[in-house]
Every structure is written in C-alpha cells, then in structure tokens.
Design a protein around this ligand. Structure first.
Ligand code: MF3
Ligand code: CO
Length: 283
C-alpha cells in the first residue's frame, strides 16, 4: 500500500512537445474534477460520481488509469470524510456536509493527467469551520509544495514545504502514500514524499513531471486499510483532506498541467506562495 510501482528508477524528462500533450491530458482530468464538484448533490451515491467521470472520459476518448490498476474496480477514487485515499465508488449516499475527495487519473492521447479535488457536499458553506480550515490548509500546502518544483531545487524541498505549513496549523501529513512522476504512465519515478527534511533526493530538472498529492488529517497521521483491500481511513476517525495536481518543472518555474480553462484562483495562489512571491511581498 505504500509504494507506487514503476518500471525502473529512471526519471523520464519530457520535451516541450510532450509537456504540451501532458497539458491536454491534464485539462481532461481537470474538467472532470470541476464537473464533479459542480454536480455533486446530497443523496447522490459515490457511484454516481464515478458514472459522471466515466461518461466524460468516454466523450473525449480518454481512459481511466485507475480502472483495472492492480484490479482496482472504479474509474476514479472517491474517498469520504475519514477515508484518506482509494475509496471505491459504490452505493454510499452522500450527505450535506460530507467531505469528498475525487482522485481522477486518465490517459489521453498517450499521456496521463492526475488530479484530486476535495470539496464539501452542499458547497463550502455546508462544512463546519474546522473542516473548511483543513481544506484550505491542505490546498495551500499543496501549492507551497508545487512552488518548490523548480530546476535546481532538491526533490524533498517539495515535501518539506508541505509539511512545514501543515505542522504550523497543528495538522498531520499522511506518510503512507506518496506522489509520483507521471508521463505515459500514471506512476513513474520518482516517488514524491509529502514531508521533509528538505535538501534530499534528486536535483529537480527541466522536463520532470510530478503528481504532488498531500493527504492531511485533522488528527493523527496514522491510517489503516479497510477489508475491501483498497480504502485507507484515518485510525483515529478524524477527517482527511487531499488535493493533487500534475506539475511540470520548467525553466520558468512550476507549470500546473491539471488546470481547467477558468481557474485564475489556482495561478494566483501559486504566485502568492512561491518563494518569489514571498520575497516580493516583503519588499
Ligand atoms: N491517482 C491515484 C494515485 O496516484 C491513482 C489511484 S489508482 C488506484 O494514487 F487504483 F490505486 F486506485
Ligand atoms: Co496520483
């Protein structure tokens, strides 16, 4: 449950042409994640969300990379409340105020996009303040991690930035799952931990594409697996949030590949938390 198998440890660098393909795949999964957030309603089942994703994949000729992965039975993963990752879509009915994480990964024209959205059923207002804070901290932690995805940084600088921010808010980063390289395959080298210390691992280079996907618990970081062999839940029953983006390391800094057309919020957030942005704000 901990490791993401890859063909080997070689980090496959992508050309500008390949990154353009990755951007297209990223847009496909971004559109699905956004549609799920917009369409979710109390009373829908997690299977209903899976059906929406499956129809959107089929409409554009994309293929779920989760379906059949080590026998995984869903098109996407839908994890609710204390479920951390890899929840299997099924008959569970969603209620107003549930915290839902939809992990959407698909191959489109030969390249994979991988994004996870995290939202409240009934909208943000349906979530208690502490849950909204968990969601905000997790997304901001992801963006702080992404902002370190620049040539010359070390791989673990990403996880260190994530963990520092989460710890500052008294929450816990799950250590049992990792992010990953992504390209023609969903899981390529390297594995991306979401915790520090900084300054370890390979030096990041232009052309690396990484899926960064911290899971953050309100309580302890410990997780266990349910009897279905897939669903990971928090041991203490506390809520868990999860955001993920696929990111390219470019000479101009990180490029988020899994954005839909109208997401200025994400670009602004990245500016705000980037080391450059931080510097600009202090002068
Ligand atoms: N996007 C998920 C990840 O990178 C893929 C899960 S596929 C599954 O972890 F089969 F493991 F569910
Ligand atoms: Co992933």
């Amino acid at each position: 449950m901990h490791l993401k198998p890859t063909a080997d440890n070689t980090i496959i660098l992508k050309s500008a042409r390949e990154i353009a393909m990755m951007r297209q795949a990223g847009k496909v999964v971004a559109d699905v994640v956004r549609a799920l957030e917009q369409q979710v309603q109390p009373g829908m089942t997690t299977q209903d969300l899976d059906d929406i994703a499956a129809r959107m994949f089929a409409a554009v000729g994309a293929e779920s990379t989760a379906l059949g992965y080590f026998g995984y039975p869903g098109n996407i993963c839908v994890s609710v409340n204390d479920e951390v990752v890899h929840g299997i879509p099924g008959k569970r009915k969603l209620k107003r105020g549930d915290l839902v994480k939809c992990d959407v990964a698909a191959r489109y024209r030969g390249y994979v996009g991988d994004r996870t959205g995290c939202f409240g059923v009934g909208g943000p207002e349906a979530l208690p303040a502490a849950t909204r804070q968990l969601v905000r901290v997790t997304e901001e932690a992801l963006f702080r991690g992404i902002s370190r995805a620049r040539p010359g940084q070390r791989l673990s600088d990403i996880g260190a930035a994530i963990e520092d921010y989460v710890s500052l808010h008294g929450m816990s980063v799950v250590r049992d799952f990792v992010g990953h390289g992504v390209g023609r395959n969903m899981h390529e080298a390297p594995q991306v931990q979401h915790h520090g210390p900084a300054g370890r691992g390979p030096v990041l280079r232009e052309g690396m594409c990484l899926a960064i996907e911290p899971q953050v618990n309100l309580g302890s970081a410990a997780v266990r697996m349910l009897d279905d062999g897939w669903t990971a839940v928090t041991v203490d029953g506390s809520l868990s949030a999860h955001f993920e983006h696929t990111v390219a390391v470019t000479r101009d800094g990180p490029e988020i590949l899994t954005l839909a057309d109208n997401e200025p919020h994400a670009r602004e957030l990245l500016q705000l938390v980037s080391p450059q942005g931080e510097k600009e704000r202090t002068v």
